[in-house]
Ligand binder design. Structure first.
Ligand code: EPZ
Length: 418
């Protein structure tokens, strides 16, 4: 278990380059299976979830290596022979995306029920219902998802919830189905748009990504492509909130400000100043944040992945903030750890009432999962005295070079490998 010792009280000052989007990269890696030939992917973050997905692709017979930082060169065979390694695939949620890709590529897919963060049950019912509408026989047995369908047909699918993963899986499956498949109430996240632009670069015909109706004209051969993944809006939002909580001044570089609109608006409500200049945003934290209310929603609402870091910020606000989590059913685990640092948080179902305190105090805390880990890091940076975060592997799953980036901004963090 690796841990970080953090001395709080330092303002974060400086510039930080935001890496490529973990979640866009995971979807694009799954989609690369549909190609045949060389695929070059740029701005891919070197984080554990990407490395795990790469290992899975290698097991399927896809050749791939890092050519330089952020640049992956893949060689995709016409036929996918291998099977997915159970142990690896269980570790991450994104392995569920191989369902649509493998169904489309070889007419069948056996994937272990994916693991991922323990932020909720994370069922796959919407994925399976959509694939069944296209004629796939999909069921869950023995801890695996078994899907087959050699003559899928186009369908009009309405998603009960704009699920990111279900939207991605259905778009991937539809790419190889001749005719027009329509997905209604589709997720509108920027990562969906990025996936569609990669698929279209390979020769697919995906229209409407970013809106709630996506139309896929399937059945075209997909060939080699080169794609640069969008910046990670959640990593960017995390550093923006780090500037706020430490009363610092941080410029995040290589971002798409449009993708951060809901976050920027909320940060201004907290009393911070935000200056936009091209692909950068500069955040100047206030002396003390104002309490605000937050309700997480599918894009373009406030992102659920920044809900935990927001709890940390509100823990030091002048007043009481109310947070409502509408996307995942179990995403307040970090509240217990924040309370060890003096945070006053009451959880009632999907609502967290955060009574802002003048100070937080350093403590020994455990990283529960990826975004909870980010919240604990932000709280430790602002707390009085020293904290120790154990299980920081949970942070490295989704934040590239987090330790180095934070240290470069002035954070006093020392890595301890026990
Ligand atoms: C993606 O997860 C992201 N992960 C998550 O980021 C992100 O929080 C989430 O989208 C929402 O934006 C990746 O892209 C790898 P969903 P995903 O399907 O696709 C329920 C992070 O921290 N649901 O939109 O799993 C589900 O249980 C991670 O980077 C069903 O009920 O999210 C959840 O409550 C965490 N049935 C809600 O929908 C289904 O078939 C949203 O899930 C599918 C989902």
């Amino acid at each position: 278990m690796a841990s970080w010792k953090v001395r709080g009280g330092r303002q974060l000052i400086g510039r930080v380059r935001i890496s490529g989007s973990k979640n866009a990269a995971l979807a694009v890696l799954a989609a690369s299976v549909l190609a045949t030939g060389p695929v070059v992917l740029e701005n891919i973050p070197r984080v554990q979830d990407v490395e795990v997905t790469l290992n899975i692709l290698h097991s399927l017979g896809v050749g791939g290596h890092w050519e330089e930082a952020g640049l992956l060169r893949l060689e995709v065979p016409e036929k996918i022979a291998g099977s997915i390694p159970f142990a690896e695939a269980r570790r991450i949620r994104a392995s569920s995306l191989l369902l649509g890709a493998l169904l489309a590529k070889k007419g069948e897919a056996h994937i272990p029920l994916p693991g991922g963060c323990n932020i909720g049950l994370r069922p796959l019912d919407l994925h399976l219902k959509g694939l069944a509408a296209m004629g796939a026989a999909a069921r869950i047995a023995g801890g695996q998802v078994l899907a087959s369908g050699h003559d899928l047909h186009p369908a009009k699918i309405y998603l009960d919830f704009p699920s990111v993963g279900a939207t991605e899986n259905l778009v991937l499956a539809a790419c190889r189905v001749p005719g027009q498949t329509i997905i209604e109430n589709a997720a509108k996240e920027p990562e969906i748009v990025d996936l569609a632009s990669f698929l279209n670069a390979m020769g697919a015909h995906v229209r409407g990504a970013g809106t709630d109706v996506i139309r896929v004209e399937g059945g075209f051969e997909l060939g080699p492509a080169r794609h640069t993944v969008i910046p990670d809006r959640i990593e960017a939002g995390t550093y923006m909130l780090a500037a706020v909580i430490t009363r610092g001044r941080v410029t995040v570089e290589n971002v798409i400000p449009l993708h951060l609109q809901p976050v920027t608006a909320k940060i201004q409500e907290l009393g911070a100043r935000v200056e936009e200049a091209g692909e950068t945003l500069t955040i100047t934290g206030p002396e003390r944040v104002r309490a605000v209310n937050v309700k997480t929603m599918p894009y373009p609402g406030f992102p659920t992945d920044l809900q935990s870091p927001m709890l940390a910020v509100l823990a030091l606000a002048a007043g009481t903030g109310v947070v409502v989590e509408t996307v995942f059913e179990n995403r307040y685990q970090v509240a217990e750890e924040l309370q060890r640092m003096g945070a006053q948080i009451k959880i009632e179902g999907q609502t967290a009432v955060v009574i802002g305190q003048p100070k937080l105090w350093g403590a020994e805390v455990r990283v529960p999962e990826l975004r909870g880990g980010a919240a604990l890091l932000l709280a430790a940076l602002a707390a009085e005295g020293e904290s120790r975060l154990t299980g920081v592997e949970g942070i490295n799953r989704g934040y590239e070079d987090c330790l180095a980036k934070m240290q470069a901004l002035g954070a006093e963090i020392v890595s301890e490998v026990s």
